[in-house]
Design a protein around this ligand. Sequence first.
Ligand code: FDP
Length: 444
Amino acid sequence: MKARRRATALMASAVVLSRTLPSAAFQSCAERSRDTRRSTPSSSLQSSLDPQIDPLSPTSSPGPAGMKKKDLRTFQRFLEVECWKSPSIRGLDRTLLSVADACKQINRIVQRAQTDDLYGAAVDPLTGELAEVNVQGEVQQQLDVLCNTLMLRAFCGSGGVCAVASEEEPIPRSCGDVMGYENENVISDGEYVAVFDPIDGSKNIDSSLPVGTVFGIYRSPAKSGSSKLHIESFLQRGTNLVASGYCLYSATTVLVLTLGSGVHGFTLDPDKQTFLQTHPNMRIPDVGNLYSFNEAYYRDYGEPVQRFLSNMKESGTMGGKKVSARYVGALVADVHNVLINGGIYGYPATRDDPNGKLRLLYESAPMAMVMEQAGGAGSTGRGRILDVLPPQPSQDGVTGHDDESGRDREIEKGIHVRVPTFLGSVENVFELDQFHKYYGDDDE
Ligand code: FDP
């Protein structure tokens, strides 16, 4: 009975295959070699160069390489199902769809950076003056401004989010302000706040290397009926993140998302401009052999990290395999590589930056949530990244027109706080933590 069912299933799949695969796939080896002998090398080269034949065109039938679209679930469908399964996150689907659209637009901007006039410092369209130095101490570039605007609008225009904090902005903004409503302090109905880095690793763009976007979404604890922007909504532990993810603009454009129950990856189909679920239920290996650190700073790292790196290189292996180094210089790209292949990413404290370089709120915490949800870990070397509470402002948490610059500076400190960051396979991150335990010094 079982055998008959299997045979019927095989026949059915053969029928499907014969309908979808090019006939060449069903040629015997002998037939294929006969055909190859008939066509001269130059004629086959000619056909592969023929501009009329585009093997990748979505409209042409399967081309010479037999390429054909896979039947994959769209990001929209995935969200519909997830939000239907979990009523607590209903309402986030529109926001996340807008974020996916913003990622597509940022992808286009990144692709066009070399050919279009997108380089150089940003200019204020009203005054014609050069943009000021941003909160990171850098002159804002046109690309930063464009990508920041796209993400601000994606979150604020979708209805689910009431306020946003960006790497590019000194302090959080209400969506009323972002969208240009008359009373900028009146928050919209959205029950979430969003944090993001619109374009991470932007120095890579000049050399056509990968860059990314990182985001996290928290539920706003502000009391309903309140019309003010509450800073506590942003200064929460990463354990309160409802969703987080990133977009990687690289050889392929990938959107990776967690809603708190697993991690899913979606690749942008360049023909249809649709994100398709190519990586369902992503799991990082428990141990890996990649390490991704900027080792040029070795002398500036503390003893635990120096010993961890030296030990790993001296033994030559990690996770039972030959150890291997990879460092792109864009957090999203480096962490994605570790997520796929296993190993450890690190941006440790250095002599000049005792908390490292990465920002807790919109870099380290969202990435740590992704890692944990994929079965990995995120640590500061001394504890879980998601447990770190950003510094809170000293007075009550309400901003309004009477803000003083001192208070803004306090808020800025909390929003842009940095943490030493280690992300990756549990075994590798655990080992790194052990080095901190044994060689760490308490004032470090
Ligand atoms: P960038 O300053 O180019 O935005 O977010 C900080 C970051 O990029 C990370 O993406 C990247 O991993 C890191 O800085 C690179 O810093 P180093 O050059 O110091 O390694």
